[in-house]
Design a protein around this ligand. Structure first.
Ligand code: GLP
Length: 291
C-alpha cells in the first residue's frame, strides 16, 4: 500500500482534495489531450517544449528518454531555437558502464537531440552512467537538479507499470534523486534498446517524484495500447505510490498528450471536462511535414 492511499477521484470538478493522516492536499485534474493523428501529437508536444524555451530563454527543462520521445525530438531539432542559456537536465540514466553503448541514455540523448542542437557544453546534464559509486553520483546529481529548480517544464513518458522517469511503484511522493533497482518488467520493456535483455543494466539513477513535482509545468506523453491501463489508473485510480504517475494529480499544471490507443479509456469516459480530441487544423498538411 502506498503512503497516500485514497479512492478520491476527480469526478468532474476543477480541483478537489484528499485528507491523509490529518493533512489536506489539493488534487487537480490534468488537461487531457487525445490525438487521432500521431504526427500532430508529436508536433504539438514539440510546440509545448518550444513555448517553454521561448517563454524563459534562461530556464531549464527536465528531459526524458524513451521511444515515445524519438519523433518529438525529431520535430524539435528541426526548429531554430536559442538554447544558449537553456539548461537541459535528464530525468534519469542507467548504472551500466560505457554511456555510449547502445541503449544507454547518454547515447540516446546524443543521437536524438543533443547532437543536433546548440546547447553549450555544461548546460546538458545527465547522471554519469559509467559511475562506480552510484551513491556519490546521486548526491552530485541532486545538487545539479536543485540548482535549476523550479524547472520550467518537466517532460515525461510513462512506463507500463505507471512509472515516471525510473520511479518504480512504491517510490515515495517526496523522493529526491536516488538509485533504483529496476523491475524485471521495466528491464524487459527496455530490452529492445539494448538488443538483448542480458545487456540491460539492473540499476539506474533517477530524479525523484518530489523533484518532478517541483517543476512549474509537466507534460506527459503516452502512446500505444501498452500504456492504456497505466493512463487509466493514473487518472481515475486511487492516488497511490503503487502507481507513481497518479501522484502527478498533486500538481496543478499537468498536460497529458495521448494517442488514441493509450487514451481510449479517457475518451470513453463521459464525465471528463478537460477532454479534447485533436485533429490537425484544416490547412496544416501533417503528412507533408512528416515526410
Ligand atoms: C524508461 C524511461 C522513462 C520512460 C519510459 C517509457 O523507463 N526511464 O522515462 O518514460 O521508459 O519509455 P517508452 O517511451 O520507450 O515507452
Amino acid at each position: 500500500m502506498g503512503i497516500v492511499d485514497t479512492d478520491q477521484r476527480p469526478g468532474g470538478t476543477e480541483a478537489s482534495f484528499i485528507i491523509n493522516r490529518g493533512e489536506v492536499y489539493p488534487i487537480f485534474i490534468p488537461s487531457l489531450e487525445v490525438f487521432e493523428d500521431t504526427t500532430f501529437l508529436n508536433i504539438t508536444a514539440a510546440d509545448t517544449i518550444t513555448s517553454a524555451i521561448t517563454r524563459n530563454p534562461q530556464g531549464s527543462l527536465l528531459v526524458p528518454t524513451g521511444k515515445t520521445m524519438v519523433p518529438i525530438y525529431e520535430e524539435l531539432r528541426q526548429l531554430v531555437l536559442d538554447y544558449s542559456n537553456i539548461t537541459l537536465n535528464n530525468l534519469d540514466g542507467y548504472c551500466g558502464g560505457n554511456p555510449f553503448r547502445k541503449g544507454m541514455f547518454t547515447r540516446y540523448m546524443t543521437d536524438n537531440l543533443i547532437g543536433y542542437i546548440d546547447v553549450p557544453s555544461g548546460s546538458w546534464n545527465i547522471p554519469d552512467e559509467a559511475t562506480r559509486d552510484p551513491q556519490r553520483e546521486v548526491e552530485r546529481y541532486q545538487q545539479i537538479i536543485d540548482l535549476h529548480q523550479p524547472a520550467d517544464l518537466a517532460i515525461l513518458g510513462i512506463g507500463e507499470n505507471g512509472h515516471i522517469a525510473f520511479n518504480e511503484p512504491g517510490t515515495p511522493v517526496d523522493s529526491g534523486v536516488h538509485v533504483v533497482d529496476l523491475t524485471e518488467e521495466t528491464r524487459l520493456a527496455n530490452a529492445d534498446d539494448f538488443g538483448d535483455i542480458n545487456l540491460v543494466p539492473y540499476q539506474a539513477i533517477t530524479i525523484g517524484i518530489g523533484d518532478i513535482l517541483q517543476a512549474k509545468r509537466i507534460l506527459l506523453v503516452a502512446k500505444g495500447e501498452g500504456k492504456r491501463e497505466a493512463i487509466q489508473k493514473m487518472i481515475y485510480g486511487p492516488i497511490t505510490t503503487d502507481v507513481p504517475a497518479s501522484l502527478l494529480r498533486f500538481h496543478p499544471q499537468v498536460t497529458i498528450m495521448m494517442d488514441i490507443a493509450a487514451g481510449r479509456d479517457i475518451f470513453d469516459f463521459a464525465d471528463v471536462r478537460h477532454k479534447y480530441a485533436f485533429n490537425p487544423p484544416v490547412g496544416i498538411n501533417v503528412d507533408a511535414k512528416a515526410a
